[in-house]
Design a protein around this ligand. Structure first.
Ligand SMILES: C[S@@+](CC[C@H](N)C(=O)[O-])C[C@H]1O[C@@H](n2cnc3c(N)ncnc32)[C@H](O)[C@@H]1O
Length: 467
């Protein structure tokens, strides 16, 4: 992170602006709004600045810049806002020597801090920064946020703020406070304020504070959530919402790091791994942890790659929860077969090529793959093998030995839907040699059937992945 965002109480803090022209004007309005104690030094000032200084905490000093100015007051920060690049650079150097934070307008490379693009709703402030890369892009993002955060959020913050102490004092358990507000801000109270029915909202809130049942609210729960195959945009709304509510999260190796980043920032995150032949935490231990944390009253997120009920052992995990009478929710995810086929331009079914599609595990048990091969070899059927990279030779040989045409098109999709996705396209008899030569990286999905021949025509997703 190039610039760390924090919100500063500027009230009466002394700050110095060098330059009295239009560049300085751009910064001035916000500093006035935050009630900073502003000194502006310049040999001349715009009419706007002079006018503003009459009614606000602004002192205009008519003189040339000199380093001595920095010693006249305990300035917390300085803004170099002249149109003279050399002078701005000199100010930055001097500030560095005096340990004063410096912002140089339009020269982010010599700034200690930068001004974000700001969205305000009452006490709510949303600040957007591109790390100085593009103020225009930051403004565009802010405009997007404007449409997503209706103006009533300001009122919402005001009502919550007015009731915070009351709620805190009423609750016997520390954790109840957070749960109470999560419920309020995800339900009827929130809707009432956003639709402008403030009186009704406040009455409803009073009633909820009075009748809130802490014992029920503090019961733990497990969210078994599918994170999809990799691209964070493929998460469902519900997955994201529960990821934001969890106190603790147990996630697998196949959950993409950019998805892990979307879990609530202050939730405890536990990596429970599971690579082939290397189970960082054994399944029984995972089941046990879910029960343990839920019994402690926590909202536990169990985040799994793809869909939790497709080769994900999600069933076993909730079986244990059901036996222990722990409440849970299951959120489906996009399974890797769907994600990889979509992002490779290979439809799993197609009127001309496949009327059925079958998902099969290629996971070896004691070096063997015990499948009903005859049943897999059906006309007009797509087969998708999960965990089939290691067993690719066995899969191809068995299918051919059981009657499948050795020229059947097939695709191995590596790290599907991510920016390292890569497809290896071949026919059944040649795929093992291609894998041997190219050594694709796990995870991979193996798609077999006539539908693969559509890929050349339907491919749309491109990445810079190297084989
Ligand atoms: C234990 S299974 C979990 C499947 C997961 N529950 C799902 O619905 O996709 C792991 C296998 O899923 C497949 N897989 C998961 N993510 C993938 C991805 N992004 N690209 C290709 N294959 C993937 C691979 O075959 C991998 O070996």
């Amino acid at each position: 992170m190039k610039y760390f965002p924090f919100f500063l109480q500027l009230n009466k803090l002394p700050c110095l602006i060098i330059g009295g022209g239009s560049v300085a004007e751009r910064k001035l309005d916000l500093l006035v709004k935050a009630n900073a104690d502003i000194t502006i030094v310049s040999i001349e000032f715009t009419d706007y600045i002079l006018e503003l200084s009459k009614t606000n905490n602004i002192k205009c000093v008519t003189k040339e810049y000199s380093q001595k100015l920095l010693e006249e007051k305990r300035y917390k920060f300085v803004i170099a806002a002249t149109n003279n690049v050399t002078l701005n650079e000199q100010v930055a150097k001097d500030c560095d020597n005096h340990n004063i934070l410096i912002n140089v307008v339009d020269q982010p490379n010599i700034c200690d801090f930068i001004f974000p693009s700001i969205l305000e709703r009452g006490d709510i402030t949303v600040a957007v920064s591109t790390g100085g890369a593009s103020p225009v892009l930051a403004r565009m993002l802010r405009t997007k946020l404007e449409t997503m955060v209706p103006s009533n959020y300001g009122k919402l913050a005001a009502i919550v703020s007015a009731n915070r102490i009351k709620v805190r004092d009423k609750m016997k358990k520390f954790s109840s406070n957070k749960i109470f507000w999560e419920q309020m801000l995800n339900g009827k109270f929130f809707e009432l304020v956003l639709s402008g029915r403030n009186e009704e909202a406040e009455l409803f809130l009073d009633e909820q504070i009075e009748n809130f049942n802490e014992d029920i609210a503090n019961q733990g729960e497990v969210y078994l959530v599918g994170a999809g195959p990799g691209d964070p945009d493929l998460l469902t709304f519900k997955a994201l919402r529960l990821m934001q509510q969890a106190d603790i999260a147990l996630y697998d190796r196949l959950v993409h790091p950019s998805i892990v980043d979307l879990i609530r920032r202050d939730a405890t995150k536990i990596y429970v791994g599971k690579e082939r032949d290397n189970h960082v935490v054994r399944q029984e231990e995972i089941n046990h942890l879910l029960v343990k944390y839920a019994k402690e009253g926590k909202k536990v997120l169990r985040l799994k790659g793809g869909d939790p009920f497709i080769f994900g052992r999600g069933g076993e995990e909730i079986e244990t929860l059901a036996e222990e009478k722990i409440s849970f929710q299951v959120v489906p995810g996009i399974t890797s077969a769907s994600g990889c086929s979509a992002y490779s331009g290979i439809p799993l079914t197609h009127r001309d090529y496949a009327q059925s599609c079958i998902f099969v595990t290629g996971h070896l048990k004691e070096g063997k793959l015990d499948l009903d091969w005859e049943k897999l070899v059906q006309p007009n059927q797509t087969i998708v093998f999960y965990m089939g990279l290691v067993s690719i030779n066995i899969i191809c040989n068995e299918l051919i030995n059981n009657g499948m045409d050795k020229e059947t098109p097939c695709a191995l999709v590596q790290q599907g839907t991510t920016n390292t996705q890569k497809e290896y396209i071949s026919v059944l008899k040649d795929m093992p040699a291609l894998v041997e030569a190219k050594r694709p990286k796990a995870p991979t999905i193996f798609i077999i059937g006539g539908v693969v021949s559509l890929r050349d025509k339907l491919k749309w997703y491109t990445t810079n992945a190297e084989g």
